[in-house]
Ligand binder design. Sequence first.
Ligand SMILES: [Zn+2]
Length: 192
Amino acid sequence: MAKPAKTQFVCQNCGVSHSKWMGKCAGCGEWNTLAEEADVAATPGSGLKSSAKGRTIVMETLAGSTREAPRMPTSMPEVDRVTGGGIVPGSALLIGGEPGIGKSTLLLQLTAALATRGRRALYFSGEEATAQVRLRAERLGLRDAPVALASETNLSNILATLDAEKHADLVVIDSIQTLWADGLDAAPGTVS
Ligand SMILES: [Zn+2]
């Protein structure tokens, strides 16, 4: 059994952490903004090691010979334009915008575009059931795109699934604020 995680109380307004719960945040003075979260720095094996020894960094010159990062064109000219020529493998992109502005539609189109071009593209929907995503795909004429689709909000399940994937070119999490982790008591969508 895992050791019980140490917790701290983090203000959801200003981010200041407190060792015990208080009605009023000592950082910003707001009331009832503290939420209990796992203290990752103090919990063994939880990922972040505060006392880990750093390594010496090899410094380079400005006149180095680094080539442009290879990019994965999406076949969607406007997405390629805003990403500077396509998605950089290994990078993370955060797509933001007002509710209803079309983020999910754009992401589904992007996933389908890459899947149709032979890329392994996975779409995890935390906001909608797979049936709803399928309906949208049908409306967009993308039903036959070989997208791997799942409805999931548990971060551990998503990571286990990705671990089992031999190769994934694109992973969409829609949306990041619906995810929750086992080690955290904080509600999805909060700072942690
Ligand atoms: Zn505060």
